[in-house]
Design a protein around this ligand. Sequence first.
Ligand SMILES: Nc1ncnc2c1ncn2[C@@H]1O[C@H](COP(=O)(O)OP(=O)(O)O)[C@@H](O)[C@H]1O
Ligand SMILES: [Mg+2]
Length: 241
Amino acid sequence: MALIEIKDISKHFGGLKAVDQVSISIEKGQIYGLIGPNGAGKSTLFNCVAGLYPPTSGKVIYDGEDITGWKPWNVCRKGLARTFQIVKPFQKRTVLYNVMVGSFLKTSNPSEARDRAMEVLKRFNLADKWNILAGNLTIADRKRLEIARAMATEPDVLLLDESMAGLRPNEVDETLDEIRKIRDSGVTIFMIEHIMRAIMTVSDRITVIQFGKKIMDGTPQEVANDERVIKAYLGESYGAA
Ligand SMILES: Nc1ncnc2c1ncn2[C@@H]1O[C@H](COP(=O)(O)OP(=O)(O)O)[C@@H](O)[C@H]1O
Ligand SMILES: [Mg+2]
């Protein structure tokens, strides 16, 4: 049985079908990619899985349990953590504080939360910046902080929404290494990424959506060679990347 079963999920905003009957199965231990042109409905689908929006219809089954419409904090407590496309750290708080927000999910003891947060910061090469205000970080460090905060909740599944947007090629490579390490530590990853090179090299499987609908899913190679995908997306995006 798949770890995450997204079954016929739709999300309508008034007359707009932002997500239209999308189904995706993600196996434990996979890195699963979600791609599609801007406005395709990728972030909205994430929001339905992570509990930010209740879907209009359809179901999200996680580890055999129906979590459709659960509140974000309950989804997170269940083991699914997410990052946001627009990173929103507490700007006026330190890096450490921001990550402690994550570690408080698993402990109510402040000194333990602090220790766990420092461990995570070390893992993401942010330990020496623990005392910097989040608002003063570079984009790359802010993106890393966002992943660190999600990882501090000790999730089983990590949802990454364009964690590499705005990064330089060498920073993209570093992030890819981090993502692989996270996967190797036993965390299943569901990621949206606009940078084709990145998502193609790291994903086990990819779903492509356009205008809210699933066009296809397959291995990165199958996706890259699919006529519909090339038409819908790849030409544009390879050009941009
Ligand atoms: N909260 C919202 N209210 C109304 N429309 C929305 C909302 N969120 C997203 N949309 C619309 O839904 C569509 C899909 O958006 P989004 O999921 O952000 O796309 P993607 O992440 O693939 O770029 C877009 O047309 C967007 O304008
Ligand atoms: Mg988006």
